[in-house]
Design a protein around this ligand. Structure first.
Ligand code: MLT
Length: 419
């Protein structure tokens, strides 16, 4: 802490300065600095072994493994196992985990009914969160957060059943009959089958889509303590079960500033196209301080460099759009926008680089998803991250209920007006 020209160091855990223990609270409130909270370990922050991010260098690792390698060399199920159990699975462990997922994949008929009753005009994220918390109501034998076997089963039920619900929501929202799962297929292939099983895709397209879905799910699988993950940890810290906590995470993700960002990118590109497709004019508007125009999909709270996820996503977007063999106006606009922004000192100085959301909306759109499904796909990818964080929070040796700190900024004590 610096007081005028004097710098003094305190141990933030104990509040001691050198050998002596002093009350630093008055000093802190005088200087307007944050007040000392010896319980900070269970307030806003957390310790975690799961995901490492270096935003300045543009590095993202799950359990120590670089995202680029996982995204191109692993399956989503392997990444689920890695995030949840801390190690990449051996082939036996992977086979056992896949069996476990298959065994717990039946969505209770009452829950299916509940999902089908939600009007198609509603946002599918609302239905997905109902389904996640509904699992606790239907799988009453697996909702005890203190029983490790039940947590294991609840983990498998969430990962196996929510993609089925997501596919059902997609089919319902587009007025199509739902398609039963095919458990002889791999996890990602089965998900695509439940989504698009009646489409006449050739083998090459099927393989490309499977690669695309696998990559998208892996890239979204965890991202340290963001808004929804913090929510899952906080809710879980009260002793709430895994289903309830994941449902809370889904609701946090549904906000446009979090999971809805890729939809906002697509809307921005559509707007530019509608406005004549003049990217330079759009960039000028973004720089104009009096205008409200924002460059969506650029910049990230933690990255002051390329979002490491966006590089793989860009490659994928290019392949998907080439495969479709169509000129995608919005993709062309995205590329132009990216090129200008990456070379313009205005954006370079502000360290605004394309983030993961810049391309994902374009890919989902090319695959045929309506924009309200984008966040649902994000949620399916984020499941293992939320589950891993819930389990880590729960496993801490002395778990206490989280209580994020508040900084009071209201008036000082006031005299009650006399009558
Ligand atoms: C995410 O993947 O969760 C987003 O990039 C948001 C974030 O990390 O804050």
């Amino acid at each position: 802490l610096r007081f005028g020209s004097q710098t003094r160091s305190f141990d933030t855990l104990t509040g001691t300065e050198g050998e002596s223990s002093i009350d630093i609270k008055p000093l802190l409130s005088e200087t307007g600095l944050t007040t000392f909270d010896p319980g900070f370990g269970n307030t806003a922050s957390c310790r975690s072994d799961i995901t490492y991010i270096d935003g300045d260098a543009g590095i993202l690792r799950y359990r120590g493994y670089p995202i680029e390698q996982l995204a191109t060399q692993s399956s989503f199920v392997e990444v689920c196992y890695l995030l949840i159990h801390g190690e990449l699975p051996t082939s036996d462990q992977l086979a056992a985990f896949n069996d476990e997922l298959r065994r717990h994949s039946a969505v209770p008929s009452g829950l299916r009914l509940l999902v089908d009753t939600c009007p198609g005009s509603g946002h599918p994220m609302a239905s997905l969160s109902i389904a996640a918390s509904g699992l606790a109501a239907f799988h009453t034998d697996n909702a005890d957060p203190e029983d490790p076997d039940q947590v294991e089963t609840a983990t498998a039920q969430l990962i196996a059943q929510l993609p089925k619900v997501a596919a059902r929501l997609y089919r319902n929202s587009t007025g199509k009959e739902s398609i039963s799962s095919d458990l002889s297929l791999g996890y990602v292939e089965n998900f695509l089958h439940m989504l698009f099983g009646d489409e006449d895709f050739d083998q090459e397209t099927k393989e490309l889509y499977a690669r695309a879905m696998n990559l998208l799910l892996i890239l979204h699988a965890d991202h340290e303590l963001n808004c929804s993950t913090a929510t899952v940890r906080v809710v879980g810290s009260s002793g709430a079960n895994l289903f309830a906590s994941v449902s809370a995470g889904i609701n946090a993700l549904s906000g446009p500033l979090h999971g809805g960002a890729n939809q906002a990118v697509l809307e921005m590109l559509t707007e530019i196209e509608r406005d004549g497709g003049d990217v330079d004019r759009f960039i000028a508007k973004v720089k104009d301080k009096s205008s409200e125009t924002r460059l969506m999909g650029f910049g990230h709270r933690v990255y002051k460099n390329f979002d490491p996820r966006s590089k793989e996503i860009k490659k994928l977007a290019t392949q998907i759009l080439e495969r479709h063999g169509r000129d995608d106006k919005l993709f062309e606009l995205a590329l132009k926008l990216e090129e200008i922004a990456l070379n313009d000192p205005y954006f370079v100085d502000r360290k605004l680089y394309p983030n993961v959301d810049f391309y994902t909306g374009l890919i989902y759109r090319a695959l045929g998803f309506p924009s309200n499904m984008f966040t649902v796909l994000f949620a399916i990818g984020r499941l293992p991250g939320w589950i891993a964080h819930w389990r880590e929070q729960h496993a801490e040796s002395n778990p206490r209920i989280a209580r994020p700190r508040q900084l009071y900024t209201g008036p000082a004590k006031r005299d009650y007006p006399g009558h």
